[in-house]
Design a protein around this ligand. Structure first.
Ligand SMILES: Cc1cc2nc3c(=O)[nH]c(=O)nc-3n(C[C@H](O)[C@H](O)[C@H](O)COP(=O)(O)O)c2cc1C
Length: 439
């Protein structure tokens, strides 16, 4: 049997119908009260009909005060359970699993939602051209509140009918900020040695498991490393994976990088490039690291995301047991039914439009020595994919001819519109601007 078509049994007892996962991609489609909309339905129905065994939602936020972008779905007492149920019905119509990705952006919080974000420590981001404000360190009591919020969203996801949740501990968001010594400089029980830096993630996983029971799938997305000097390392990540296996995690997704170092979409700053050349040649950015995890925690189901484009390496990775699930994100924006096409033998490679989006080399290009310019280039590339997601959510086909700078401009105007509508709803008293504690 085709290895990619085989079902996968998870520790919780559930089974994924095949080895394809559409990894999380933020949608930006929520309404002004941060609830899911018909656009989520249209988008996920299309993806569900496309044949992936597992669909992960874009990051759903635990606190309306701190968003990764306006248009994030939030689940913090703002209602919206019915909307979540409708989302589930559409997103599982193909018989696949649909898991909600749950996140807190920490310092990677857009200024459009907060001018005073929070983090493990007050470490400002570098080179973000003013898109994010300087964070303050969370108080110990606020850290406990964050744990309750993750539990609240996971419970709501289970009640709404999602087949599982994925806790986002990668890409420099809050749980990842606690893991990394660059962003976690605390001297209390939440900082210092790895055991302390990993305490928040471990407490969140354990508390979510207590709340949702043993038969509900819990996944975690973890960085293989930050790829930054003094950051979270491969060895630390392997130790965290061991702890997650002990906690009964059902699927560990391996990724890497953060907003400052966009290894997540295959962009590494020059000081890291040489070191990672062998991995880059291998197409899937984090596959080598997956072996380290396999050895560290052989019983933990593993998924690797980032760079998979040819079918042969995907099949080989699953057949050899290097990974259990193949995570794919960007190609789903332009070929939403890619699993069906691969499994029927129609295609032997996936589209990689990102190759044509790299904005030249040199001073104003993607290899610019100026960090702010590289950041804008990265944002333009992401905006191109955001635009395709919007098109799919409106029942349209992807717009392959769109330029990345046009996409960036359209994206910022759209985000500003969504942010204004949120502010208006709050100033009209429709929804309080904040919840001090979980509700
Ligand atoms: C438009 C876009 C949005 C993304 N949003 C998220 C997200 O909400 N959560 C997350 O964990 N990763 C997110 N990612 C990262 C992807 O899940 C994935 O790790 C990355 O794109 C590498 O996989 P790929 O090479 O198959 O695209 C996003 C990526 C893109 C391009």
């Amino acid at each position: 049997m085709e290895p990619l078509a085989q079902p996968l049994a998870l520790p919780c007892g559930a089974s994924l119908p095949n080895r394809f996962c559409k990894s999380a991609m933020t949608e930006g489609l929520a309404d002004a009260d941060d609830r899911a909309t018909e656009r989520h339905e249209t988008l996920y129905r299309r993806w569900s009909e496309g044949g992936a065994g597992l669909l992960l939602t874009g990051n759903v936020q635990v606190d309306r005060r701190y968003l990764e972008r306006p248009g994030n779905v939030v689940c913090d007492g703002n209602g919206g359970l019915e909307e979540l149920r409708t989302w589930v019905a559409a997103g599982t119509c193909g018989g696949n699993h649909l898991w909600m990705q749950i996140s807190h952006p920490g310092r990677q919080c857009t200024r459009m939602s907060s001018s005073r974000p929070v983090s493990a420590s007050a470490v400002k981001m570098r080179g973000m051209v003013g898109l994010m404000a300087a964070p303050r360190a969370l108080e110990a009591s606020e850290i406990r509140d964050v744990i309750h919020r993750f539990v609240h969203v996971a419970t709501a996801a289970r009640d709404a009918g999602f087949n599982g949740v994925q806790l986002h501990a990668a890409h420099g968001y809050l749980l990842s900020q606690f893991l990394s010594p660059r962003t976690n400089q605390r001297t209390d029980e939440w900082g210092g040695p790895l055991e302390n830096r990993a305490r928040l993630l471990r407490d969140v996983v354990a508390s979510v498991r207590d709340a949702v029971g043993s038969e509900f799938a819990i996944g975690v997305k973890l960085n293989s490393a930050d790829f930054q000097k003094g950051g979270f390392t491969n060895e630390e990540s392997a130790q965290v994976a061991r702890w997650l296996a002990e906690l009964g995690v059902d699927l560990l997704e391996i990724s890497g990088g953060n907003y400052e170092q966009m290894a997540v979409i295959g962009r590494l700053d020059s000081d890291e490039k040489g070191k990672r050349e062998s991995t880059r040649r291998r197409e899937a950015y984090f596959l080598e690291y997956a072996r380290l995890i396999r050895d560290a925690a052989p019983e933990l189901p593993l998924m690797v995301t980032g760079g998979f484009r040819s079918i042969a390496p995907m099949r080989a990775a699953v057949e050899s047991g290097e990974v259990d699930v193949v995570g794919i994100a960007r190609p789903f924006c332009v070929m939403p039914d890619l699993p069906l096409r691969v499994l029927s033998g129609e295609v032997d490679s996936l589209p990689s439009p990102e190759k044509h989006l790299r904005l030249g080399a040199g001073f104003l290009g993607s290899t610019s020595p100026i960090h702010g310019i590289r950041t804008l280039n990265g944002q333009a590339e992401l905006a191109w994919f955001y635009h395709q997601i919007v098109a799919l959510s409106e029942g349209r086909e992807p717009q392959l001819g769109l330029g990345s700078w046009s996409a960036l401009f359209a994206h910022f105007s759209r985000e500003l519109g969504v942010a204004r509508r949120r502010t208006f709803r709050r100033s009209a008293g429709a929804l309080p601007a904040s919840t001090e504690t979980r509700v």
